[in-house]
Design a protein around this ligand. Structure first.
Ligand SMILES: [Zn+2]
Length: 181
């Protein structure tokens, strides 16, 4: 079992989808979450990181957090800036995965080959996204599925302990039992 991130939901054996074991998926989300929470400034940037922060297997189930790039909360009027932001978030996550200070926060050292594989495939998928691929119904559906007290409706709070953006699941790092800051 594992998780697949595909461009638009169509998956074939030799396409550019990112297929990961459950363990690697967690590592991948941890680094994007720490990186993106530090870099996100606008509402649309924070939405993208909260979308990723929702991918918590301990809450929604192992092997249950795959998604499509086109299903992310993109909006046309900030698309180029949001895409640039996410590519920078991925590049910054690469740097963070080499830093002992971040290993100390997470309590583990990632397998460099595996995290590089995941981040580079994700980078290529995001690169492929264009304004013409946006279906703004996805953003509407995602927002309308939230409760009133969802973090995306309450000013995008961060975990006081870990500094990462919260999702309806709470803080991923708290939920995973990560104790140090
Ligand atoms: Zn936390």
């Amino acid at each position: 079992m594992g998780n697949i991130i595909s461009f638009d939901g169509t998956v074939s054996i030799d396409d550019d989808s990112l297929s990961m074991a459950n363990g690697l998926t967690d590592v991948f989300i941890d680094y994007l979450l720490i990186s993106g929470s530090r870099l996100a400034e606008s509402v649309s940037e924070k939405r993208i990181i909260v979308f990723l922060a929702e991918k918590q297997q301990t809450i929604v189930g192992m092997g249950n957090v795959g998604f499509d790039i086109t299903e992310m909360p993109w909006q046309a009027n900030s698309f180029e800036a949001d895409k640039t932001f996410l590519l920078e978030t991925i590049n910054n996550a690469r740097l963070l995965s080499l830093q002992q200070s971040v290993w100390n926060i997470l309590g583990y050292e990632p397998d460099q080959k595996l995290i590089e594989y995941a981040l580079s495939r994700f980078y290529a998928l995001i690169k492929r996204m264009t304004i013409n691929d946006i279906d703004e119904n996805n953003l509407k559906d995602w927002c309308s599925a939230t409760e009133k007290d969802d973090p995306i409706n309450c000013g995008f709070p961060k975990c006081l302990k870990h500094g990462v953006l919260l999702s309806f699941c709470g803080c991923k790092l708290c939920n995973d039992g990560i104790v140090s800051v």
